[in-house]
Design a protein around this ligand. Structure first.
Ligand SMILES: [Zn+2]
Length: 208
C-alpha cells in the first residue's frame, strides 16, 4: 500500500489528493483563495505532459467552476462537466482515460444546490414537464435520483435531496458498476471515488 503505482508515478495518494482539495476549498470559503499557478513557467512545463491529481465530474453551471472552488491551477484537475453532472459514454471514457493513462488517484463527483438540471428532472417527475431537443435525454439519467429523493423528503426539499442522491448514484456507479480499469485501482488502494455537494452561497464543498 505504501508504494502504490500511483505514488511511484509521482502522484499523491488518494487521501493526499483529497486533502489538497479540502484545503483549497477552505481557503476559497475564507475569501483567501490559494494562488493557482497559471504562470508561463508552468505552461512550459505542462506542454511536456500533464499529471492532474484529481478527476472532477461536475455540473456545467457557471457558478461552480472547479478550479476556482478548489484554488487549483493549470494542469491540476481533469474535468468532465455536464449540466446535472451525469456522464454519457464520452464522459465515462474521459474518466477512464484519466485513471488508466494519467494515473489520477482521486475522482470527485460534485453536485451543487439549486441545480437547474436536477430541478428540471424534478419537474418531469412532479409536473410531467417536457424538454425540447437533447435536454430531455440529458435529464433522463437524473430521474431515478428524483424518484428516490421523493420517497424521503417533502416537495420543498426535493431538488436539493435529489442533487445529493444523484451524486451518490454516480459515485456508486464508479465504485461498483464500472470497468476493471476503474475498479482494480480502487481495490489496490490507488484510487478513491468521493461525492460532494457545493453550496452556492457559502462556497463550501460538503463531502458526502
Ligand atoms: Zn447544476
Amino acid at each position: 500500500m505504501a508504494t502504490s503505482i500511483s505514488a511511484l508515478a509521482g502522484q499523491p495518494s488518494p487521501d493526499q489528493a483529497l486533502q489538497r482539495l479540502i484545503e483549497g476549498n477552505d481557503a476559497f470559503v475564507a475569501d483567501n483563495p490559494l494562488p493557482s499557478d497559471v504562470s508561463r513557467e508552468r505552461r512550459l512545463a505542462l506542454a511536456e505532459g500533464q499529471q492532474p491529481f484529481a478527476t472532477l465530474v461536475g455540473c456545467s453551471d457557471s457558478r461552480v467552476g472547479p478550479e476556482q472552488l478548489f484554488g487549483a491551477g493549470l494542469g491540476e484537475l481533469f474535468i468532465v462537466r455536464t449540466a446535472g453532472n451525469n456522464v454519457d459514454a464520452a464522459g465515462m471514457g474521459s474518466i477512464e482515460y484519466s485513471v488508466a493513462v494519467l494515473k489520477v488517484p482521486l475522482i470527485v463527483v460534485l453536485g451543487h444546490d439549486k441545480c437547474g438540471a436536477v430541478a428540471a428532472a424534478a419537474d418531469v417527475v412532479t409536473k410531467d414537464a417536457r424538454f425540447p431537443g437533447s435536454i430531455g435525454r440529458m435529464i433522463e439519467p437524473i430521474i431515478p435520483a428524483v424518484l428516490a429523493a421523493q420517497r424521503n423528503v417533502d416537495e420543498d426539499k426535493l431538488v436539493d435531496s435529489a442533487v445529493e442522491e444523484n451524486v451518490r448514484r454516480m459515485v456508486e456507479r464508479l465504485k461498483t458498476y464500472s470497468e476493471p480499469m476503474l475498479l482494480e485501482p480502487q481495490e489496490r488502494g490507488e484510487l478513491k471515488v468521493v461525492g460532494a455537494v457545493y453550496e452556492l452561497a457559502t462556497g463550501r464543498v460538503r463531502w458526502l
